[in-house]
Write a protein that binds this ligand. Structure first.
Ligand code: BEZ
Length: 321
C-alpha cells in the first residue's frame, strides 16, 4: 500500500479510537411506557445532548420499567450500574417524609401552581438532599394533576368508602386515601390495566394522559377530575457516574435537563386539557370536584403530615406567596 495512504488510514483509525474512547453510552431508566410524555421528553432530550456533546454523552432510554422497578433502579444508581433515571417520589418519600410534601392535596390549584413550587426554594433543597441517596438531583418534572378513575359510578366522596383504590406505595398517598375512607391498594403502573380489568382494584388515582393512552377508561364507570395533587418526577443521575463526566459535558446535560423539564411541566396544562377532551368523548361520566368534595379528610391529612414532614410548612408558605 502507498506509504501516504497507509499513513492516512492510520490517522483515521487513531482519530476514531480517540472519539470512541471519549464517547460513552449511558442508560436512563423510567417506568412510563414509550408513549408517555416522560419517555418522549427523555428521548428528545437524549438526542439533543448527544448532538451537543458530539456523541460523547449518548443516553439510551429504557422505558416501561425495563431495567426494574424504581427501588431496583435506585439501587443500581447507587452502585453506578445505572446512570440516569426519571423517578416518581415513591422511593424518596418512603425514606424521608419531606420528599412526600409535593403530594399535599390541593397545595396547588393547577399546573401553573405546580410549576412555581417545582422551581422554588424547597424544591431545590430537596434536589440538593438527594446527595444523601448517592444521587445528583438534576431537576423536577411532573405528570400533570391527579384524577380518579372508578369501575363504579361516583357521585359523592362517600361512594369511595371501602373501595380498593390503586395508588403508588407512597406513605403520603396511602394516608390520603385512608383519610378519604377508601382501601388504598398499591399497584405498579405496568400491572394496572389488567388489575382494573379483572377487578383486583375498584378504581385508581392516576394521570389524565395515562388514562387515555393506556385505555383505563375502557373498564370505567366514572371519571372524577379532582386535580387533587400534582405528581412530580425527579430527574436524577448516579453520583458515582456523574463524577466521571467532564465539567463541560455535565453543563450540557444540566442545561438540557432544565430546558426539557421546564417545557414538560408547563406543557401539562395543555396535555391534561387535550386528554380530558378526549376522555369526554368516551361516554364515561366525567365529574369535576374540588377540595370541599373530600370533606374534612384533607385537613386531617395536613395535621398528620405537618408533624411527619417538617418541610411541609415551608412549602405551604411558598404556595401562598
Ligand atoms: C403512576 O404510577 O400513576 C404514574 C407513574 C408515572 C407517571 C404517571 C403516572
Amino acid at each position: 500500500m502507498h506509504r501516504l495512504l497507509t499513513g492516512a488510514i492510520a490517522l483515521a483509525v487513531s482519530g476514531l479510537a480517540a472519539v470512541s474512547a471519549a464517547a460513552e453510552d449511558y442508560r436512563l431508566g423510567l417506568i412510563t411506557p414509550p408513549s408517555h410524555m416522560w419517555s418522549v421528553t427523555a428521548t428528545r432530550m437524549a438526542e439533543d445532548i448527544k448532538a451537543q456533546t458530539d456523541g460523547r454523552v449518548n443516553i439510551l432510554i429504557f422505558p416501561s420499567g425495563q431495567l426494574g422497578n424504581e427501588a431496583q433502579m435506585l439501587q443500581q444508581m447507587q452502585t453506578g450500574a445505572l446512570d440516569f433515571a426519571f423517578l416518581t417520589l415513591g422511593e424518596f418519600a418512603n425514606r424521608d417524609p419531606n420528599y412526600g410534601i409535593f403530594l399535599a392535596p390541593y397545595i396547588v390549584d393547577d399546573v401553573a401552581g405546580a410549576s412555581k413550587l417545582l422551581t422554588g426554594g424547597v424544591a431545590q433543597e430537596l434536589l440538593d438532599g438527594m446527595a444523601d441517596f448517592g444521587l445528583v438531583g438534576l431537576g423536577w418534572g411532573m405528570a400533570g394533576m391527579r384524577m380518579i378513575v372508578t369501575g363504579f359510578p361516583v357521585e359523592s366522596a362517600a361512594d369511595l368508602n371501602g373501595k380498593k383504590i390503586r395508588t403508588i406505595p407512597f406513605a403520603p398517598e396511602l394516608a390520603f386515601w385512608q383519610q378519604v375512607g377508601a382501601a388504598p391498594t398499591p399497584m405498579p403502573l405496568p400491572a394496572l390495566y389488567d388489575a382494573f380489568a379483572n377487578g383486583q382494584v375498584d378504581g385508581m388515582q392516576i394521570d389524565v394522559e395515562g388514562t387515555w393512552n393506556s385505555k383505563y377508561y375502557e373498564h370505567a364507570k366514572g371519571i372524577v377530575i379532582s386535580d387533587h395533587m400534582m405528581f412530580p418526577m425527579a430527574a436524577v443521575a448516579s453520583g458515582r457516574k456523574w463524577a466521571t463526566i467532564s465539567d463541560a459535558d455535565r453543563a450540557v446535560v444540566e442545561k438540557a435537563m432544565d430546558d426539557y423539564l421546564a417545557a414538560l411541566v408547563t406543557g401539562y396544562a395543555e396535555i391534561d386539557a387535550d386528554y380530558l377532551a378526549k376522555l369526554e368523548t368516551t361516554g364515561v361520566p366525567v365529574t369535576r370536584v374540588d377540595r370541599a368534595w373530600f370533606g374534612p379528610s384533607i385537613d386531617s391529612w395536613y395535621e398528620e403530615w405537618r408533624e411527619k414532614a417538617p418541610m411541609l410548612k415551608k412549602l405551604e408558605a411558598e404556595a401562598s406567596n
